[in-house]
Design a protein around this ligand. Structure first.
Ligand code: SF4
Ligand code: SF4
Length: 212
């Protein structure tokens, strides 16, 4: 359908150029209203809790290594199939040792499933979002790079690694006693079941209802 514009102007509009005056009036009004933009990068907005940014493997403050126990949950749950882990097994104890841990951040959809499912709070999506680059290689994170991402995140944001709480580590409808120790220490004291919802028998129900 052809759209027709009425370009006819009445006498007042022709003489006083009313559209221009209206436009100037709007500019004047906006001049004194509160700004909605910020002067990035000098100014930065506060991120929402749970913002999902650059991947990192948390460096354990005691061992200085990754906490990953190669359970493979993150790689299994990842919908983008961008996590790849290789591990070896101790013949006697059958304990797993991570040989390599890689994330292809260019395939990641930042769903947060990996950090949510990790039983030991090893992998996180930090609040770091400034990591653009000109080539693809810097987005292929290996274990060394992922640990370095954590170090940089901690240093830049002056975070106490022992106090850091992954916002996705909120157990829904589960008592603390049921949780693996790695998660138990990360549950904020103020956390309650109030407002938490879990999926049960095909419908969303209040976690408080289920647990009590
Ligand atoms: S955030 Fe989602 S897509 Fe990205 S690595 Fe984790 S599980 Fe995979
Ligand atoms: S879920 Fe956690 S512990 Fe398991 S393989 Fe992934 S990062 Fe490692």
């Amino acid at each position: 359908m052809k759209i027709k514009y009425d370009t006819r102007k009445n006498l007042a509009e022709r003489i006083f150029l009313l559209e221009i005056l209206k436009g100037l009036g709007l500019t004047l009004k906006r001049l004194f209203s509160k700004s909605v933009t910020i002067q990035y990068p000098k100014e930065r907005k506060k991120l929402f809790p749970g913002f999902r940014g650059k991947h990192a493997l948390i460096r354990d403050p005691n061992t200085k290594e990754s906490r990953c126990v190669a359970c493979m949950r993150c790689a299994t749950v990842c919908p983008a199939r961008c996590i790849s882990i290789r591990f070896s097994k101790d013949e006697k104890t059958q304990a797993r040792k991570v040989e390599s841990y890689e994330i292809d951040a260019l395939r990641c959809i930042f769903c947060g499933y990996c950090e949510e499912v990790c039983p030991v709070n090893a992998v996180v999506l930090t609040e770091e979002y400034e990591y653009s680059n000109y080539t693809r290689e810097p987005f292929h994170f290996d274990m060394e790079r992922l640990l370095k991402n954590w170090d940089e995140f901690v240093e830049k944001n002056k975070i106490d690694p022992e106090q850091y709480r992954n916002p996705f580590l909120r157990p829904r409808g589960r008592s603390l006693g049921e949780l693996p120790s790695g998660k138990r220490i990360d549950v904020p004291e103020e956390w309650t079941l109030e407002g938490q919802v879990i999926w049960k028998d095909g419908r969303a129900v209040s976690a408080k209802e289920v647990v009590s």
